[in-house]
Design a protein around this ligand. Structure first.
Ligand code: GLN
Length: 451
């Protein structure tokens, strides 16, 4: 049924870069056989899923939205994909994204943007706009996203879906095409909070192949999503997230959701995190620094695209320059240049070093805030879905979308976005919940009440 719907609807939405029709049907048939044989199957066995194209899948083209990897077929599965297969979940296909997960609109995909199912003239968020649009349009019941600065939560917010960035280390990064390794985290996208909890428990397991993988598996998430009990829960509204620059309709939807939490028994307090004002600036130094290093492997020798110079000698250096010049889009080049500059001798302390100090201040703000509140809440993104072309030529305007989601990545804390209803422009607004490290269950406890 989902494959039929993809064939009918995806030409307009373009959520998928690749659809694995045959393999998905074979995997589904295998689940049917096992069930018919009386085997006791995992809860989500047979439920199909879409996977963001930054996650490698054995035998299935994986591009990360880049010409650099056009047609590349990975020889192995990401560990989280191994978990999906173990759970008996057929993979419907790979979803569109901004190139190498850099962006907030999917307009930086080398293969054309994804359209927001709520209004096809608007962006579906980014970088994981394909996963969010697939779920919003009924092209998959569940999807996998990755979140380095908000790429699960912001697309969820602007498409009226649920997206979760687990605690850093909660889901293995083995087999993700790395953007910024100290920030990257994979997680669920779904239509309900309970669905995300079910998927989160499938992928939230320890992986010896990722040295930052947490040893304890994620448990109690489904129970928390079902508990519908907020007695004794202190909810902190973050002063710095939600004021100036936020669309009034988004703020109104947020305030309404906070009142629902209060009505359900939560104690609502206001908390201040003053260093959050510097989070965006710190992130846009740390991310390009790490990305410039991670993307150095795309050199025209090892993976994907190889371009030889039009004239002059063919050396390692000229092939590398020609390949990278042709293969990377403007936003990727911009960040590689920023990152290599920030890491260069003479500037390292001033830029990268200062950004790391800000990161520590943000972690301290979280620690202090979580003394006063069990969870923190804010709007997920400052606005609803904007129109194509509105911000694509203005990198700073694009970066401002991430202002509320980035602090969680810098501190490694888990975050969830769920719909808080419609803004006054008739488009979905997102409500963000943040919890302390390893307390992902609290996200679901709060989210479950708002569902
Ligand atoms: N919009 C952010 C960026 O462009 C988010 C990226 C992400 O989470 N992958 O960096």
């Amino acid at each position: 049924a989902h494959l039929d719907r993809v064939a009918a609807v995806d030409p307009a939405v373009h959520a998928y870069l690749h659809v694995n029709t045959d393999e998905a049907l074979e995997d589904a048939a295998r689940v049917d056989e096992r069930r018919a044989a009386g085997e006791d199957l995992p809860e989500l066995a047979g439920v199909p899923i879409a996977v963001k194209d930054v996650v490698v899948t054995r035998g299935q083209v994986t591009t990360a939205g880049s010409k650099m990897l056009e047609g590349w077929v990975p020889p192995y599965d990401a560990s989280l994909v191994t978990e999906l297969r173990r759970a008996g979940m057929p993979i419907l296909g790979k979803t569109n994204m901004d190139e190498f997960a850099m962006g907030s609109s999917t307009e930086h995909s080398a293969f054309g943007p994804t359209r927001n199912p709520w209004d096809l003239d608007r962006i579906p968020g980014g970088s994981g706009g394909g996963s969010a649009a697939a779920v919003a349009a009924g092209l998959a019941p569940l999807a996998i996203g990755t979140d380095t600065g908000g790429s699960i939560r912001q697309p969820a917010a602007v498409t009226g879906t649920v997206g979760v960035k687990p605690t850093y280390g909660g889901v293995s990064r083995y087999g993700l095409i790395a953007l910024a390794s100290s920030l990257d985290q994979a997680g669920p996208v779904s239509r309900t909070v309970l669905d995300s909890a079910l998927l989160h428990e499938v992928i939230g397991v320890h992986d010896p192949l990722d040295s930052t993988s947490l040893t304890d598996p994620a448990t109690g998430l489904v129970a928390a999503a079902r508990s519908r009990d907020l007695a004794g829960m202190r909810v902190g509204v973050v002063t710095e997230l939600g004021g100036e620059g936020y669309q009034p309709g988004v703020r109104a939807a947020f305030d309404h959701a906070v009142e629902l939490l209060r009505g359900a028994g939560a104690e609502v307090v206001e908390v201040s995190c003053p260093s959050f004002d510097y989070a965006l600036a710190a992130y846009y130094l740390i991310l390009p620094a790490e990305a410039s290093s991670n993307l150095a492997k795309f050199d025209g020798m090892r993976y994907g695209l190889r371009v030889e110079p039009a004239d002059g000698p063919v050396t390692a250096e000229t092939v590398m320059a020609a390949t990278r010049g042709a293969g990377f889009g403007d936003e990727v080049k911009r960040r590689i240049i920023l990152g290599t500059h920030a890491l260069s001798a003479g500037y390292y302390d001033a830029y990268y070093g200062s950004a790391q100090k800000v990161r520590t201040l943000i972690q301290r703000d979280f620690a202090a805030a979580f003394e006063q509140a069990d969870v923190l809440v804010s709007p997920t993104a400052p606005t609803t879905a904007f129109r194509f072309g509105e911000k694509v030529d203005d990198p700073l305007a694009m970066y401002l979308n991430d202002v509320a989601t980035i602090p969680a990545n810098l501190a490694g804390v888990p975050g969830l976005s769920l719909p808080s209803g419609l803004s006054d422009d008739g488009l979905p607004a997102g409500f963000q919940v943040l919890a302390p490290i390893r307390e992902d269950a609290r996200l679901y406890r709060v989210g479950g009440v708002l569902e």
